[in-house]
Write a new protein. Structure first.
Length: 749
């Protein structure tokens, strides 16, 4: 539970654009009752207010959105929460984008956490503001505050029929003591007028008309433009450089050598050679004419095809135990039948639609950065470190993001712009090309998995062994990181299956590229292996896949994984966000029923099913596939059922899952980055393909479970179950098992 602060100080009034008196509230995670306590907490380090709510004398409500907007609708959903709890008129609610600053608390827009983390604090801040408005109006009318309420941007006293606009009492409300959080009365769900309803996305009109501002649109007076030739191999550096030809390109003004750090590089830029010019095209042309000899460093021999073999061998060996229940070895030995399978999923690139771009302006006063960043505070800190400045001398302005998927939370591109601005003595925009992103990104990890299961004479699973090998994310930040038990929480150790003997292990895998988080992270390969393997077990048992899956999930109960390290549960308490098999079962039944599971299909067509929980949300996907005479894969229909707790903005839930379906098709059919001699082989959308329109489903249905559970994650959970559901559908249509991604456009039957 948070505390609410009256933060009506000059700096905050200025920040939200209030010229005169008004009410400004913030949310604190520490106990505090005023500005002095807020300042003391801020000085202590970890505390800062997170989201601010203000009401100016005209009555306009401003909500400062601390999260980044990249199409998920956060700049609509979060203000909806405020407006509903406050009793505001939606037309009079304005959204202001927060700069990167610890006073807002955590601003990282990763991990599908915006609604999950901000729902209660925003309601509390809004309820506090509503209570203060009611108290101020009640004092003016001489009536009990309990008789006063808010409705449609007014404070109303129903008994007398009197009302006052928010602006008329905002200044008086600001002088009142902020109520203790424990005394606040939040609206019941039955009183919601916006939460759970359809509301148009605020940013769509600007996006459709070209008024929306992304980082790549930013222009500053006197700005220079830069592109960078980065080492083609992770850990490489410049051996020799001849810039003469580049400097002859019209518009090129400067060639700058940048230091290349040794791995692990964390968020540091990769270095290389920057070309600074009067426009981006000149900079690109200049880069093409650079004569550079590279020292490829320790990863010069990285070959992903050879690494796949080594990774599969590692997954087939004994790993570090992450969860162990019963005696798997004995159960496998006594099983009537043992089934085993190996699965492989390759590196993936984020490849958002808007290439990375950042503008920085370094001056004697500090540095300003404009970037589409998912984590402005980390960007602020990394820029400050690179420039040798205190963080308070760096301002990071957050623009709209043209896609993110986790890439834009890594601020190396912001640091590049800042370093080059300092070197150039002018504002500099750094632009990454599509080839830059695919060649030099933070890749989704490559994964090999080995699964074994024992079946009894009735086809029931008595033993489950899961070994997974992948270079961990930690390898990008610390040396000698070969495995991660924590990343097994993403689908492996938290399987809900009712199996008496269960063992999960992490196996060693060295990293040869930068590994970073990606939409749904390791849930993607883990769900692919687990749900595909369940389908294989159903076939071995001669059972219907849906029936077998439900039997494996078992009866309704709460699962607490008995893990060797404390189970993190996506940063949430297991009590508030339990692993609930009843919710697994519900989404399976809903999706299967809507898809017409069990109906007879023509030859060459099939249905596949998969279910997965990630970010505290349960998703079941059923894919209908049709295989043409030439083996061409067509996907006529996809049905997904989603239980994300309370759906704050159902339209965005549907759109997120629809988008996850398209991304799932892209990854399942095409997605892979391979390496030869340490270099990424793929370069652009021609060989790192995304789904084209003919490959997309003719029908995509998203069913949302009505729930009074707390809001859970939405942006990522739709991705993991798609690939296994598709592969299981292909098996149903053709009898061909797919254990390696990507599939390609066709299957050989």
């Amino acid at each position: 539970m948070a505390d609410i602060l009256n933060v009506s100080r000059r700096s905050f009034l200025t920040a939200v654009g209030l010229a005169g008196g008004g009410l400004v509230l913030g949310v604190s995670t520490r106990g505090s009752d005023g500005d002095s306590a807020a300042a003391a907490a801020a000085a202590a380090g970890p505390f800062a207010p997170n989201v601010f709510l203000s009401i100016d004398p005209s009555g306009e409500v401003t909500v400062v959105c601390k999260r980044s907007e990249m199409g998920q609708g956060v700049r609509t959903a979060l203000p909806m929460i405020v407006a509903d709890e406050l009793g505001a008129d939606w037309a009079r609610v304005k959204v202001a984008q927060a700069d990167g600053d610890p006073k807002y608390g955590d601003q990282n827009t990763d991990g599908s956490q915006s609604g999950r983390k901000d729902f209660v604090p925003l309601r509390q801040a809004s309820a506090a503001a509503r209570t203060m408005l009611e108290q101020a109006a009640a004092a003016q009318w001489g009536v009990p505050a309990t008789e006063v309420g808010t409705r449609a941007h007014e404070v109303v006293h129903a008994r007398s029929g009197r009302s006052l606009g928010f602006g008329a009492v905002a200044a008086a409300a600001a002088k009142l003591p902020v109520p203790d959080v424990k005394t606040l009365t939040l609206k019941p769900a039955s009183a919601y007028t916006m939460i759970g309803k359809g509301v148009p996305i605020r940013d769509v009109p600007d996006m459709l008309t070209g008024r929306a501002v992304f980082a790549i649109d930013i222009v500053r007076p006197g700005m220079k433009y830069a592109v960078i030739a980065r080492p083609p191999v992770y850990g490489g550096r410049v051996k020799s450089l001849d810039p003469a030809a580049a400097l002859k390109v019209p518009g090129v003004e400067q060639v700058v050598s940048l230091d290349s750090p040794a791995p692990p590089t964390a968020f540091k830029p990769l270095g290389g050679v920057a070309v600074i010019a009067r426009n981006t095209w000149a900079a690109i042309q200049g880069r093409e004419r650079l004569e550079i000899a590279w020292d490829d460093g320790p990863n010069a021999s990285y070959d992903s095809a050879e690494f796949e073999k080594a990774l599969l061998k590692s997954a087939q060996g004994v790993g570090t135990v992450a969860r162990n229940e019963g005696d798997v070895a004995a159960a496998l030995k006594s099983a009537a039948r043992v089934v085993s399978a190996d699965y492989y999923a390759p590196h993936l690139a984020h490849a958002p639609m808007e290439p990375l771009a950042a503008v920085a302006a370094v001056s004697a006063d500090g540095c300003e950065v404009w970037a589409g960043t998912q984590d402005p505070q980390t960007a602020r800190g990394e820029v400050a470190t690179a420039l040798g400045l205190p963080p308070e001398k760096v301002t990071v302005h957050v623009t709209l993001l043209g896609g993110g998927f986790g890439r834009r939370s890594k601020p190396d591109f912001c640091v590049e712009a800042a370093v080059l601005s300092k070197r150039a003595g002018a504002p500099v925009k750094v632009t990454w090309t599509r080839e830059d992103e695919i060649h030099h990104g933070f890749y989704h990890t490559v994964t090999a998995q080995h699964l074994e299961a024992g079946l009894d004479t009735k086809g029931r699973v008595t033993a489950w062994l899961h070994r997974t090998a992948f270079p961990p994310i930690a390898s990008t930040f610390a040396p000698a990181q070969l495995r991660s038990l924590g990343e097994l929480e993403l689908g492996v150790v938290d399987v809900p299956f009712a199996v008496p003997n269960l063992r999960c292990e992490a196996c060693d895998a060295p990293a040869h590229v930068r590994i970073g988080w990606f939409r749904s992270v390791s849930n993607i390969p883990h769900a692919f292996a687990i749900s595909s393997f369940v389908d294989e077990l159903a076939a071995a048992a001669g059972a219907d896949p849906k029936t077998f899956l439900l039997d494996l999930i078992g009866p309704p109960r709460l699962v607490v994984p008995n893990t060797t390290e404390k189970y993190g549960n996506y940063g949430e308490s297991i009590e508030q966000f339990p692993i609930d098999t009843a919710r697994f079962r519900r989404v399976v039944e809903m999706a299967a029923d809507r898809a017409g599971w069990g109906r007879t299909l023509p030859k060459g067509q099939g249905l596949g099913i998969a279910v997965h929980r990630s970010f505290a949300t349960y998703v079941c996907t059923v894919v209908e596939v049709a295989i043409g005479a030439n083996g061409r894969i067509a996907i006529p229909r996809v049905v997904s059922a989603v239980d994300c707790g309370l759906a704050i903005h159902p339209d965005r839930v549907r759109s997120q899952v629809e988008g996850a379906t398209i991304m799932g098709i892209s990854l399942a059919l095409h997605g892979q980055v391979t390496f030869k001699n340490g270099r990424a082989v793929q370069s652009n959308y021609d060989d790192y393909e995304v789904a084209r329109m003919p490959e997309c489903p003719r029908s995509t249905e998203v069913l949302i479970v009505e729930s009074d559970a707390p809001p859970a994650g939405v942006g990522e959970p739709g991705v993991p179950p798609f690939a296994p559901a598709l592969c299981n559908a292909i098996y149903a249509a053709t009898g061909k098992r797919i254990r390696r991604l990507p599939i390609g456009r066709t299957v050989q039957t």
